[in-house]
Design a protein around this ligand. Sequence first.
Ligand SMILES: NC(=O)c1ccc[n+]([C@@H]2O[C@H](COP(=O)([O-])OP(=O)(O)OC[C@H]3O[C@@H](n4cnc5c(N)ncnc54)[C@H](O)[C@@H]3O)[C@@H](O)[C@H]2O)c1
Length: 350
Amino acid sequence: MQTYGFGIIGCGRISKNHMESIKAVPGAKLVAASDIVEEKLAKTVEKYECKGYSDYHELLANPEVQIVNICTESGLHARIAIEAMKAGKHVIVEKPMAMSLVEADQMIATAQTMGVKLGVVHQNRFNNAIVKVRSALEKGKFGKLTHASAVVRWNRNDEYYSQAPWRGTWAQDGGCLMNQSIHNIDLLQWMMGPVESLFAYTATNMRKIEGEDLGAVVLKFKNGALGMIEATTTIYPKNLEETLSVFGTDGTACIGGIAVNKLESWRFAGDDEHAMLADQDKEPPNVYGFGHADIIQDFMEALTEGREPAVCGKEGRKALEIILAVYHSVKYKKEITFPLKEEFTIGLGL
Ligand SMILES: NC(=O)c1ccc[n+]([C@@H]2O[C@H](COP(=O)([O-])OP(=O)(O)OC[C@H]3O[C@@H](n4cnc5c(N)ncnc54)[C@H](O)[C@@H]3O)[C@@H](O)[C@H]2O)c1
């Protein structure tokens, strides 16, 4: 079996999912970690028995590291990813892959020039319920798609935002659409296809952040279907649901749970809904789900097979484009058409 050495940059909240997944996936080995906070780095080094660097450039210089997982605040993703790829490393970057399409395009171009792979962490694409719906879609079981909705009703309290000063800022994060809802927006576009146009309202009602804590978006897809996004981090008193619903002339599927993990409706002619609903995964321990291991496994297989990873840079760019369109729709109070005009390809914090 081919083995791969991993290096993680950023040892914060989400890094644990990467580290535990690397431990769990055969052939993956955590070689090194980097964080600018000494205590976080020391804990990681001790727990995972890997090398530790306070300067990530030293991690990039380690020849045992073949794949770099970027788990820093979002505003640093593009710069670090580009440096890592220029150092000859393959890169798995947390979502959002970048804060602007200009940066995302530079990342995609660097991967191509350097002959390395770039993957983006949209782990929910591997949820069993999502895989089933996507497979139904590919088999044409929905008939003609009519509409779909992506709902994220979560809670991130003031403590969450004050834990790390970058959260909720335009330069490093964005609001509940760019941070929390990007996964469901990725799934919405994956099921429904390219967007033709959208119109949005956002609000910052409860949290003291630059970005939005509530968003409402109406979309038109190129196939004529309509879409809706409802996104918030202000649901009282805790996370309620992340739900994706897809409707067609011949089929209905709703995937709910706390993180699009549970089939709630499965209605297709000839299919036994009860049997489908009985065959379910267990509820994940948190909204991050179980998919990080799948992302890592798929990335390694992509390297071995010489193909693109399932969520490559071009795939990761699609949800980013939708969210930037939302922000520009709010800013200019108008419908935004796709592909985005050049002036909308920059992030709001840049
Ligand atoms: N896929 C998911 O479901 C998911 C879930 C949560 C967060 N995320 C994403 O993961 C990223 C990190 O989020 P988090 O909540 O773990 O943040 P966090 O603040 O808990 O962790 C970020 C870490 O990066 C470190 N860091 C910052 N600059 C660095 C540098 N130059 N070199 C090395 N380390 C550096 C910080 O010290 C911190 O420990 C964000 O982009 C976020 O959007 C993804």
